[in-house]
Ligand binder design. Structure first.
Ligand SMILES: [Zn+2]
Ligand SMILES: [Zn+2]
Length: 324
């Protein structure tokens, strides 16, 4: 099965935590946190649909300016999600630049401030010099904050001495195209497969898709293609948790969205020899990260944000992470 979400921990486990997720068969991607972004090429930045910030400490957010710089000419908007206070901080960094030459640029930035009970969305547009526009507020229903036919993002507010968001990216269900069936039907692969998946996700079973065959184009009903080619299986689920205190409230909130994740990206900042410091600074030790991963029954755990003081002791970090 080809996964829909192709993940890359851009700065590895030692430096600014940042997860880049490419969406298969689409020129779109998502970013979780945005510290040092020199590991992303412009093509990857240009494909960003949304950026999900855990919080606004510099190591998680300083790359935003570079994102804006690269996508400034783009017609497609960008969505920035983050915790309480994000709107003022993003608007103030945008307002620190002169924008007299960009009034005919189409870029729109939508800033989504995610609270426990509400989401406040504020647009800022290039042609208005990124001045703050009117904020719309909606009550949160459930954990989801971003919806798309191909994915959903859930978020919970966690404690890092400031508000910090924990995220789960999930696919509603996974559509597998049986390549041998494509061959048996004499269909040629191409962009129509992405379109077919889009129709299935949107429930448009009565649409037709133009399918190339060796005898030319053929119009086939989506429901027919589903019968011929498709197997539906559970979707991928990926957790992203960083910069949090090991507390029961935090653990309960993470469990509410991230149980049985396929992949858990989680900070392992300290070794447990500094557990009291971890509590005070509201970070996790590797052992605590491992306990959370086991509690969630995560299928795979990826440690990140390992403190510089342990960069020559990473094997101890990994040992603690795996300890029972
Ligand atoms: Zn951090
Ligand atoms: Zn932090």
């Amino acid at each position: 099965m080809r996964p829909t979400f192709l993940t890359r921990l851009v700065n590895g486990p030692l430096f600014d935590p940042m997860l880049y997720v490419r969406l298969l068969n689409r020129r779109s991607s998502l970013l979780f946190d945005c510290g040092r972004i020199s590991g992303l090429v412009n093509r990857e930045i240009l494909s960003l649909e949304s950026v999900f910030l855990s919080h606004l400490h510099m190591d998680h957010s300083m790359g935003l300016d570079q994102v804006f710089r690269v996508i400034l000419h783009r017609g497609r908007p960008v969505h920035i999600y983050g915790p309480e206070g994000i709107t003022d901080k993003v608007i103030s960094r945008l307002s620190s630049y002169e924008w007299n030459l960009t009034r005919d640029y189409p870029l729109e930035v939508f800033i989504h401030e995610v609270g426990e009970h509400e989401i406040h969305t504020t647009p800022a547009r290039a042609h208005e010099s990124f001045k703050r526009s009117r904020t719309d507020s909606i009550a949160r229903e459930g954990a989801s904050i971003a919806y798309h036919p191909r994915y959903c993002v859930d978020a919970v507010v966690l404690d890092h001495n400031i508000a910090c968001l924990g995220y789960v990216l999930r696919e509603p269900f996974h559509i597998n195209i049986r390549s041998e069936a494509v061959h048996d039907q004499d269909y040629k692969t191409g962009p129509w497969i992405g379109l077919l998946k889009e129709h299935i996700l949107m429930g448009r079973m009565n649409e037709y898709v133009h399918v190339p065959t060796s005898g030319g184009m053929k119009e086939v009903l989506v429901s027919e293609l589903v019968d011929e080619l498709v197997i539906i299986s559970p979707g991928q689920k990926i957790g992203y948790v960083t910069d949090i205190r090991y507390s029961q409230v935090n653990i309960d909130r993470i469990t509410a969205i991230a149980s049985s994740v396929d992949l858990l990206f989680i900070e392992a900042y300290y070794l447990s020899e500094r557990e009291s410091q971890a509590y005070e600074k509201a970070h996790l030790t590797a052992r605590q990260a491992g306990m959370i991963a086991r509690l969630l029954e995560a299928k795979k755990v990826i440690a990140m944000h390992i403190s510089p003081r342990y960069h020559d002791r990473t094997e101890e970090i990994y040992r603690e992470l795996d300890e029972l």
